[in-house]
Design a protein around this ligand. Structure first.
Ligand SMILES: Cc1ncc(COP(=O)(O)O)c(C=O)c1O
Length: 394
């Protein structure tokens, strides 16, 4: 064997950088990830078992059953995809779009743009309907666009994390069915936190993430599709142009056969089982109520401190509040201060709202009265230190 000269990771100089892994303690009140529940972290730290082990196969069934409850659906194909929310988002496009197929995307923020980008990469014929960041679409606007554009798929974000808007979805499923179109919903910032009724609202395809309402770390993306979507998939003329996200292959692992597709991130599945179990124990309606109550308390508290909220109350998103940065305030300074001094993260505005709003998240385990009180107290006592002018009034 020839003597190889290995590149050394550790030498005298950088040894100190590689001390035992440490991360500071944070309270994550931004757009996500949110803190994981302590019980979820315990499940995550269990020793891995094989992804075809009987015990794991049984855990997979539990995850699917608990996901169906959380999605409020009876869809056979309900599974957590390996990857963050964008993985199931891309699966929804990759599997259901063939070259030249028409998709109508309702864009009212950053994540509508991501759907447009993905659909374009998969060579869809993309139509876009648009609203300013901070507004929602009306039923009539959606009906008109679907009836005139006649898309094969209509895609919309339920909870727009960039703008803080909750899109009403009532009745849209019926419009889609009448127009022979699939109804695709991004529920990344609503699943496990806000009312979402996949079967009742006639949603054909939906995806979410693990790191928000489900109180887990990022890494899995729950996905569900109904029979209408299965039928559409079965008449595809071409192979799904993405091997990892091909639902007909994933179906062999998550469907009845349990045939190897890829090595499942087993620990993340332990974690999501626990996150979903906690939701089921609390009861979905209680979970929704908790998120709404804590969000209202935050909104009232901020307004009584003289802050303005970006979205009108009718469409305001309980999981993510966009708070206008007062003109006389150093927004980044305040945000960095909360993180540096108190270990609390709130988000900057994204895209066109960058520098104009802060984004405050109350999701999953973090949606608690105690967290709201703590944050309101800091807005009250610390914000005045970041006034750009001499006066501390906004
Ligand atoms: C509404 C929405 N859709 C999609 C995504 C993408 O999810 P991920 O970052 O987990 O890939 C996010 C991320 O926050 C989101 O908020």
């Amino acid at each position: 064997m020839t003597e190889a000269k290995l590149i050394s990771a550790l030498n005298e100089e950088n040894l100190s950088h590689f001390s035992k892994t440490y991360v500071p303690s944070r309270l994550l009140l931004g757009p996500g990830p949110s803190n994981a529940h302590p019980e979820v972290l315990k499940a995550l730290s269990l020793n891995p078992i094989g992804h075809l082990d009987e015990a794991y196969i049984s855990l997979m069934s539990d995850v699917q059953e608990l996901l169906r409850y959380t999605w409020q659906c009876n869809n056979r194909l309900t599974l957590p995809m390996s990857g963050t929310g964008s993985a199931a988002m891309e699966a929804s496009i990759a599997n259901f779009i063939e070259e030249g197929e028409k998709i109508l995307i309702a864009k009212k923020g950053y994540f509508g743009d991501r759907l447009i980008d993905m659909a374009t990469r998969y060579k869809a014929q993309v139509s876009v309907m648009e609203k300013p960041w901070g507004e929602a679409f009306s039923y009539d606007e959606i009906k008109y666009e679907i009836e005139t554009k006649k898309p094969a798929i209509f895609a919309i974000v339920h909870a727009e994390t960039s703008s803080g808007v909750l899109q009403p979805l009532d009745g849209i499923g019926d419009i889609c069915r009448k127009n022979n179109c699939l109804f695709l919903v991004d529920a990344v910032t609503s699943l496990g936190a806000l009312e979402l009724l996949i079967d009742e609202w006639k949603i054909d395809l939906a995806y979410s993430c693990s790191q928000k309402g489900l109180s887990c770390p990022p890494g899995l993306s729950p996905f569900t599709m109904n029979k209408r979507a299965e039928e559409k998939l079965s008449i595809r003329k071409t192979k799904v142009p993405n091997w990892y996200l091909d639902l007909s292959l994933l179906n062999k692992y998550w469907g009845s056969d349990r045939v190897y597709h890829h090595t499942a991130p087993v620990n993340m599945n332990f974690a999501i089982r626990e996150g979903l179990r906690l939701i089921a124990n609390e009861g979905l309606e209680n979970v929704w109520k908790r998120h709404n109550t804590n969000a209202s308390k935050l909104w009232n508290g901020l307004e009584s401190l003289g802050m303005e909220l970006h979205v009108s109350e009718d469409y305001r998103l309980p999981t993510l509040t966009t708070v206008k940065i007062p003109p006389a305030v150093d927004g980044d300074g305040f945000r960095n201060h909360l993180l540096g001094k108190f270990g609390i993260e709130i988000g900057n505005g994204l895209g066109e709202l960058s520098g104009k709003v802060w984004r405050v998240g109350l999701m999953g385990f973090n949606s608690s009265e105690e967290n709201v009180d703590r944050l309101l107290n800091l807005f009250d006592t610390e914000l005045k230190k970041f006034s750009i002018f001499e006066s501390s009034t906004f």
